[in-house]
Design a protein around this ligand. Structure first.
Ligand code: ZN
Length: 283
């Protein structure tokens, strides 16, 4: 299989989750072996940032990339998941603000727009990262992520939430484009109302609303439309993991498992994976 890029530039607009202000992104074609690179159009210099795990500078509430000169771009994960599942190996993504627009809080708008785009096949072969040895990362609260050898890319994810409307949710499947499109891309980020109230009180998530998140208030779901798919919350974690794993720079052949984990764990896992070249091979 050959590497791909998008054939024509694709522009999407929305608002930034934290700023609440309008931002736009344009996905441009890029040449083979250049990978996914973000460019902050609003900064005059040192404004490019590779979408790679070793450029991740913050993992609180989202995955944020930064370069040595301090330029940052945050909330990349849902877009990264869509790029990965559309087989876009190379792209230059111009953003005109600190944040990738949050859109509807899921990966659906990115995925649908990319799926409908024309692609260009590039001369170089696509590279896959094949996991050869099991690697894991566990934090002080016993939340664990793991990658182990497998022929395809599959995910096992578990979450445990105090609210009974979420409770214990499990996802376990190979990740095909059909499953991604139907069961993962539409799944929105979720949070509790007290977290929203606190973050808004300190000037964050100004753009957060029921239009771009599932909000729980104890045992009540505040979104009148309800869940989009059963187990939407755990499936959103799968979306996040697919996006975060694409900061490896490769499509992964391996089995990923996460138990009560998030962006921080996904990033630490990639650091463990790449720390020892005998853990994997590039094919
Ligand atoms: Zn997310």
């Amino acid at each position: 299989m050959k590497q791909r890029t998008i054939k024509n530039p694709l522009t999407l607009e929305g608002i930034g989750l934290h700023s609440g202000t309008k931002s736009s992104l344009t996905i441009h074609p890029a040449k083979e072996n250049s990978g996914i690179v973000f460019k902050r159009k609003d900064l005059a210099e040192y404004n490019t940032i590779p979408a790679l795990y070793n450029y991740v500078v913050d993992t609180q509430n989202c995955t944020c990339l930064g370069n040595e000169q301090g330029a940052r771009v945050s909330t990349i994960e849902h877009l990264m998941a869509a790029l990965s599942m559309c087989g876009i190996d190379n792209a230059l993504i111009e953003v005109d603000a600190l944040e990738v627009p949050i859109m509807d809080g899921s990966g659906l708008i990115f995925y649908n727009a990319l799926k409908e785009s024309a692609y260009e096949e590039l001369p170089a072969d696509r590279k896959y990262l094949k996991v050869l040895k099991g690697v894991s990362f566990t934090d002080s609260k016993a939340s664990t992520v793991r990658l182990s050898p497998a022929e395809n890319f599959s995910v096992h994810m578990e979450i445990e939430f105090p609210s009974q409307i979420v409770g214990h949710q499990v996802f376990d499947s190979e990740i095909t484009s059909e499953i991604f499109g139907k069961e993962i891309a539409p799944c929105r980020t979720f949070c509790e109302k007290y977290q929203v109230d606190y973050l808004q009180s300190i000037g964050l998530i100004k753009g957060g609303s029921l239009e771009n998140a599932i909000v729980l208030d104890g045992e009540t779901l505040l979104n009148p439309e309800g869940f989009r798919v059963p187990h939407e919350c755990v499936n959103h974690k799968v979306l996040d993991a697919i996006g975060d794993l694409y900061t490896s720079g490769y499509h992964i052949l391996g089995h990923f498992a996460g138990f009560k984990t998030g962006h921080y764990h996904n990033n630490e896992l990639l650091k463990v994976l790449f720390a020892d070249p005998s853990n994997y091979e590039i094919i």
